[in-house]
Design a protein around this ligand. Structure first.
Ligand code: GRF
Length: 203
């Protein structure tokens, strides 16, 4: 049966995480504080014990563990992901520190409905292998005067989808990759929530 959504209905969000989930928590906080017209109803992770999954369980958000361990066959894994998203009638997917590639069938099923946050000024310091501290190490090694964060739509490649919002962060002369990561992460928390608000206002 086709479900027909009324325009004033809240958007149903899924967040995909692999780690601590500080961006997930910041998004959740903004949604509650500003009463944004959306609900995070699903947290999907390849790591059942990560901070994001614990937070989801504590906040009555369905915490779903999907990985190559739970589904060793690639197509089963993809189908399980699609099924979960459909069961929850997900409108938007927010990748927040999710370390796995999204299967192409999922990207095709959710065109311009999947967002990601990356801790650099894309297209600089993006692409395969550019994640976590690797990004900040590369920025410091290149002696860049500034770095930043980017929220973008997800397409079939790594970090190449259309940019939604970007914010700059200065690189200080004595920055280590760790100190830069910390300063960029604080900006990410604001930026991702701002990008979500932008997308919701345009929907
Ligand atoms: C963030 O730096 C994000 O840009 C990157 O992974 C990190 C996730 O951190 N994709 P957290 O799990 O949200 O704390």
């Amino acid at each position: 049966m086709v479900s027909i959504k009324k325009p004033d209905e809240k958007k149903r969000l899924a967040v995909f995480c692999s780690g601590n989930g500080s961006n997930f928590k910041a998004l959740h906080k903004r949604i509650r504080e500003k009463h944004l017209p959306c609900d995070i109803v699903l947290c999907l992770s390849n790591n059942s014990q990560c901070g994001a999954m614990t937070y989801a369980r504590e906040n009555n958000i369905d915490a779903v563990h999907l990985s190559t361990k739970t589904h060793p066959i690639a197509q089963d894994y993809t189908n399980a992901m699609l099924r979960k998203l459909q069961q929850h009638r997900i409108d938007l997917i927010l990748l927040a520190g999710y370390m796995k590639k999204i299967p192409n069938d999922v990207i095709k099923a959710y065109p311009k409905k999947i967002l990601n946050i990356h801790p650099s000024l894309l297209p600089k310091f993006g692409g395969e292998g550019m994640f976590g501290l690797h990004v900040h190490q590369a920025v410091v090694a290149a002696k860049e005067p500034e770095s930043g964060a980017t929220v973008h739509f997800v397409d079939a490649d790594y970090d190449t989808g259309e940019v939604i919002l970007q914010r700059r962060v200065p690189v200080l002369p004595d920055d280590s990759p760790e100190s830069l990561a910390e300063r960029v992460l604080a900006v990410e928390h604001q930026l991702y929530a701002d990008a979500l608000e932008k997308i919701l206002s345009e929907a």
